[in-house]
Design a protein around this ligand. Structure first.
Ligand code: ADP
Ligand code: MG
Length: 317
């Protein structure tokens, strides 16, 4: 009797002291970033989350082309044509990765669309409500190859060549956030930046559970996933930054060939080993639509693509 009482008591104590979720959120990169850590004492988790958030803010400052804060990307964007500029290693590395994804995606993802993105204005504080004129659009499309790396630094060969890491920096920031958590000894965590996610480990004795939202029915989940280990899931959609004009939807993911918002897809989700890759590829597949399987053949990513009719056209998740 005494033994079973002691056993029950010890079970209760164990379950009471089992660490719960420690959560916090911070507004970074124009979105609410939610951190959840589990299986760790509160003091360590709280410190780790705060440093992860600071690291993500550092990435925003390093890569943003908006706001008053100067950085090397803005310097490159105003650099003289043909004059090399040395970029910090971290920036140079992400630019290399970006150009590689541009190549592999047949130009669907292009980090040099800054002029075009600024013209459409979806990331400006005052949201636009009118599409720009045809001539203005044509004048803002950069030539296919306009950035070059030399011994002396990076060179832009055309005025229309303006860097914008808007489709990759959030993913990279999430990766840096996860890296920071790991450095604090955290093995089980999830960072959710407005639906762009990377997770590590498990959620207690279960996998992490995430939902991919329906592109048209807010609050509806089109697919839920149970994941564990170390994986990223990122979605690009036409439903967050958009307006309707003349009955048509205009949004922030642009087809680099036409300079217009891409029209084949409502949302594309990519699962990859890093949030950086998932972020850039989700944007690329948004433009590629049903050409995606041929383009990503041999590349280690999975996807869920919903076309303009709201039908799932590709699902390898
Ligand atoms: P979100 O920022 O909503 O997560 P994305 O990751 O798809 O969406 O990134 C869209 C942003 O990337 C745009 O706001 C713009 O700055 C930039 N962008 C738009 N079209 C492209 C493209 N074809 N290639 C690379 N970047 C793009
Ligand atoms: Mg993206």
């Amino acid at each position: 009797m005494l033994r079973s009482c002691l056993l029950i008591l010890s079970l209760i104590i164990t379950s009471c002291s089992a660490p719960a979720d420690i959560r916090d959120s911070r507004f970074i990169m124009g979105t609410l970033v939610e951190f959840t850590v589990t299986g760790m004492d509160e003091a360590t988790a709280t410190t780790a989350i705060s440093e992860a958030a600071n690291e993500m803010q550092r990435i925003e400052d390093l890569f943003t082309i908006y706001g008053d804060h100067d950085n090397s990307i803005k310097q490159f964007n105003r650099s003289e044509i043909g004059v090399p500029l040395l970029l910090p290693d971290e920036v140079s590395k992400l630019l290399n990765s970006s150009l590689e994804i541009k190549k592999k995606s047949n130009g669907a993802y292009d980090p040099a669309l800054g002029k075009l993105n600024m013209l459409w204005g979806f990331s400006q504080p005052d949201s636009p409500s009118l599409p720009p004129g045809k001539q203005e659009i044509e004048a803002a499309i950069p030539p296919l190859h306009c950035i070059e790396k030399t011994e002396a630094g990076w060179i832009r060969s055309d005025e229309r060549c303006v860097l914008d890491f808007g489709a990759i920096a959030k993913g990279y920031a999430i990766d840096r956030g996860i890296e920071t958590l790991k450095q604090h000894g955290i093995h089980n965590a999830i960072i959710n930046a407005g639906g762009d996610i990377r997770l590590i480990g498990r959620h207690g004795d279960r996998p992490w559970r995430i939902g991919i939202r329906h592109p048209r029915n807010k609050g509806e989940v089109i697919k839920s996933l149970e994941l564990e280990g170390d994986v990223a899931v990122v979605t690009s959609g036409d439903y967050e930054r958009f307006y309707i004009y003349g009955g048509a939807r205009y949004h922030h993911i642009l087809n680099p060939e036409s300079g217009m918002p891409a029209t084949e897809v409502q949302s594309s989700t990519v699962m990859a080993e890093s949030a950086m890759l998932a972020d850039a590829w989700s944007t690329a597949l948004f433009i590629l639509g049903n050409q995606s399987p041929a383009v990503i053949d041999g590349i280690n990513i999975k996807s869920l693509i919903i076309d303009y009719k709201g039908e799932i056209i590709i699902n390898t998740l």
